[in-house]
Design a protein around this ligand. Structure first.
Ligand code: NAD
Ligand code: MG
Length: 387
């Protein structure tokens, strides 16, 4: 029996993971659940269904409401950012499913690593911010960081059984998002609804906007750099609108190995939870004759500057990826609140990177400080734009 703690239990990845837990009741048990606390009724349902030993909610008021909704014996209830850290550190779990969105996941995920727990990682923003520190801590503790992101799960699977020195490059596939065929001049006026209409994946709002700007692919280049210890020039982005090939590894002898499957996060989640074993999928299977065609294009970095900005930040290193991520989080939130236009997202990030510190980020505390400082700076820029 594997005991799981889910960080981000009420989100798109969290709920999909819990469906898998339900499909394999003899294999998985829920040790802990964490979420923001915006939907207490849902969390109460999850507690009744999965009987976690502990629950942590960011929102302290939500913890009181949850306590009133649950009949004893209740799970241990924890509150605030320190509650999430305590849950990841102390709840007796074999695996932490890291599926909070954004920088909020950094300290709890790090706490899980330091406690020696395997991490199934969906929360790519944490690796963007602190890939060096997280992978070093995982190595020191002998902890596995298993990818949940579909592209990274694909790369991971294409690497199994091969010599790492034989890798020529990684071909990271991208759907191209909802604006792949939208003329560049039209992007200034696209709406939040347009941007939330993703062609192939159903996901949380933040990553859906990241997919529309292609920042998601930029974050994934940085994620691949840390998960697979690759130099950035070894990662090439290929637009593949059908989202059937989830990524590929090209070897020095010219062989290209791909991983294919339906666009369902259940597949990479299940692999991360059962690795190195496999289990029969409870979900739909791929039928290539129904897909018919697989097509491939070069990404347009003029139209989608976020891809270029992410590469620049990675090459620059030190504080730049932290600034990139923080600026993106604030800009995406402002776009979702309809305070700025779609093209302002990239403009704000470029501006934030231009003013960024260049000194090294040597600890998680420094990383958090750069994150907090950048958020404040970009919020001021947003105010300036909306004023
Ligand atoms: P989501 O918005 O659906 O869910 C986010 C979860 O995190 C919720 O449980 C929410 O309560 C919690 N949360 C959000 N902010 C929080 C905060 N400040 N403090 C505590 N809890 C907070 O997001 P998602 O789509 O499930 O994505 C989660 C992560 O997985 C992201 O990093 C995303 O990039 C990554 N990811 C998602 C998918 C996908 O298909 N959804 C695919 C690949 C990677
Ligand atoms: Mg992905």
């Amino acid at each position: 029996m594997k005991r799981l703690t889910l960080l981000g239990a009420t989100g798109s990845i969290g709920l999909r993971t819990l469906e898998i837990v339900s499909s394999f009741p003899e294999e998985f048990q829920v040790a802990g659940l964490a979420a923001r606390g915006s939907n207490v009724e849902l969390i109460a349902d999850l507690c009744r269904k999965f009987s976690p030993a502990a629950v942590a909610l960011l929102d302290r008021g939500a913890v009181d409401r949850l306590s009133r909704l649950l009949a004893p014996p209740r799970p241990e209830l924890l509150a605030g950012p320190e509650g999430l850290v305590a849950l990841a550190r102390d709840a007796e779990a074999d695996v932490i499913v890291s599926a909070l969105v954004g920088a909020a996941g950094l300290l709890p995920t790090m706490a899980g690593i330091l406690a020696g727990r395997t991490v199934a990682l969906a929360n790519k923003e944490t690796l963007v911010m602190a890939g060096n520190l997280m992978t070093a801590a995982a190595r020191r503790r002998g902890v596995k960081l298993l990818p949940v992101d579909s592209e990274h799960s694909a790369i991971f699977q294409c690497l199994v059984g091969h010599n790492r020195g034989d890798v020529h490059r990684i071909l990271l596939t991208a759907s191209g998002g909802p604006f792949r065929e939208t003329p560049r001049a039209r992007l200034a006026t696209v709406t939040v609804e347009d941007a939330l209409r993703h062609p192939t994946w159903k996901m949380g709002a933040k990553i859906t906007i990241d997919s529309a700007t292609l920042m998601n692919k930029g974050l994934e280049i940085i994620e691949a750099r840390w998960l697979f210890d690759l130099t950035p020039d070894r990662v090439q982005v290929v637009v593949h609108p059908q989202s059937i090939i989830h990524s590929m590894v090209e070897y020095i002898d010219g062989s290209v190995i791909a991983q294919l499957g339906v666009a369902d996060m259940g597949v990479p989640i299940l692999y991360a939870l059962t690795y190195p074993e496999r289990r029969p999928t409870p979900a739909a299977r791929l039928d290539l004759t129904r897909v018919g065609q697989l097509t491939f294009f070069e990404p347009d970095t003029e139209k989608f500057p976020c891809l270029r900005l992410a590469r620049t930040a990675l090459e620059h290193g030190s504080a730049a990826p932290v600034v990139l991520n923080a600026a993106n989080e604030i800009a995406v939130a402002a776009f979702l609140e309809r305070r700025i236009g779609f093209n302002d997202i990239a403009a704000l990030i470029e501006r934030a990177l231009g003013d960024a510190r260049t000194d090294d980020v040597a600890s998680i505390e420094e990383c958090v400080a750069v994150d907090v400082e950048t958020r404040a700076r970009v919020r001021t820029l947003v105010e300036g734009r909306t004023a």
